[in-house]
Design a protein around this ligand. Structure first.
Ligand SMILES: Cc1cc2nc3c(=O)[nH]c(=O)nc-3n(C[C@H](O)[C@H](O)[C@H](O)COP(=O)(O)OP(=O)(O)OC[C@H]3O[C@@H](n4cnc5c(N)ncnc54)[C@H](O)[C@@H]3O)c2cc1C
Length: 342
């Protein structure tokens, strides 16, 4: 019999994978197309979930709403896939100066920031031998999503249901079909473009990011450290260090400039030998106002993009919001509606 799925999805980065999984949870059927392109964001994402903007110590956009939703979403995925991709992991923010320590104290007194900040956990930093002469603060409800594991278990689940194709979706591949669209022989009520930085969308700003994989013998920490750069423990003495932000030459791949800069920052932070094992570069699909980009781009086509530097935190809310719009007719929140850049 001729089968029409509810959603065709182009792109299996965080946006496409979270959308497919949210659809599954709602009983909607999907077929995902993906082709891996150099520069894609999700395969190099560090995967941190940090609800606080570290330059100003204010909550990130709607963090009070996004964080519980993201936590519940990834916990449910872990349970469903038995994957172990979600790791609650506090961030220890080390203050480089007394001025920053004061800023932290002032932010802690504010109602909107206070839920994301504490001054506890002093002992752990002392035992790991990290120098923090001006002190540090803790972001207790931060977390790490092992994005590669999340993407691969989710893809395997789709493949097992014959709902994944390693195919590129080009404009010429999309044709109208009844009350929906057809792509590479598959029909769907909606096609959602989740093609990240490879999209031509008004308001989208590609931002290059680079990280290092390093080994630091003898350093044992059970939290993320941040001072200029973050240091994310992966186990077995391995750490991810990042990230850089660059708005020009974004497709150029790993650079010596970023490697030198990141290594200098991490050596300053840990004050012990650091062995570099790898370097990765990707392009964040950011938007001009740092909000997601959601909405319709055709009679049966929609777009899910603009996850920027906080894709892990924003994707579950964004996916749910887009599905509410497509399948229940709920209006799009103007803050994420892509028409704001029309
Ligand atoms: C260095 C770095 C560090 C980061 N660290 C973090 C972090 O710690 N925490 C966090 O929350 N976020 C982080 N991010 C941001 C995060 O990676 C992004 O927000 C998120 O991955 C964007 O996902 P996406 O699915 O929109 O795009 P992508 O991951 O780029 O996915 C798009 C997918 O679509 C595919 N594709 C493109 N065109 C087509 C087509 N025509 N047909 C089929 N497939 C197509 C691409 O190959 C890719 O697989 C980081 C990003 C970088 C670069």
């Amino acid at each position: 019999m001729h089968k029409v799925v509810d959603l065709l999805i182009a792109g299996h980065g965080l946006a496409g994978a979270v959308l497919a999984e949210t659809a599954r949870q709602r009983g909607l059927s999907v077929h995902v197309f993906d082709t891996k392109k150099p520069g894609n964001a999700s395969t190099v994402a560090a995967g941190m979930v940090n609800p606080l903007v570290l330059r100003r110590f204010v909550p990130s956009w709607r963090a009070d709403e996004m964080l519980p939703l993201a936590t519940a979403f990834y916990e449910a995925c872990d349970q469903h896939f038995s994957s172990g991709a979600w790791h609650p992991l506090p961030v220890f923010k080390i203050f480089p100066s007394p001025a920053e320590a004061n800023l932290w104290e002032r932010a802690m007194a504010k109602v909107e920031s206070a839920p994301f900040m504490t001054n506890d956990d002093r002992s752990e930093l002392v035992t790991s031998g990290i120098s923090a002469p001006h002190g540090f603060g803790t972001i207790p409800n931060a977390a790490w999503l092992d994005v590669l594991t999340f993407l691969s278990v989710q893809r395997e689940h789709l493949e097992a249901k014959d709902a994944f194709s390693y195919r590129e979706v080009r404009p010429d591949d999309v044709e109208g079909a009844g009350a929906g669209v057809r792509v590479h022989g598959k029909e769907g009520r909606w096609l959602v473009h989740c093609t990240g930085p490879f999209s031509d969308v008004k308001g989208l700003v590609p931002v290059k990011g680079e990280t290092l994989l390093v080994r630091i013998p003898g350093l044992e920490i059970a939290h993320i450290l941040h001072r200029g750069v973050f240091l994310l423990p992966l186990g077995a003495g391995l750490f991810r260090v990042g990230s850089t932000f660059k708005w020009s030459d974004v497709w150029d791949g790993p650079s010596e400039e970023a490697r030198t800069w990141l290594l200098a920052r991490v050596e300053e932070l840990v004050k012990r030998p650091v062995e570099m094992l790898g370097q990765e570069a990707g392009v964040r699909p950011a938007s001009r106002d740092r909000r997601p980009l959601l909405g319709l781009v055709g009679p049966h086509e929609a777009l899910f993009n603009g996850l920027g530097a906080r894709g892990v935190l924003l994707a579950p809310w964004s996916a749910a919001h887009l599905l509410d719009h497509l399948f229940s007719g709920q209006p799009l929140d103007p803050e994420v509606d892509l028409r704001r850049f029309a």
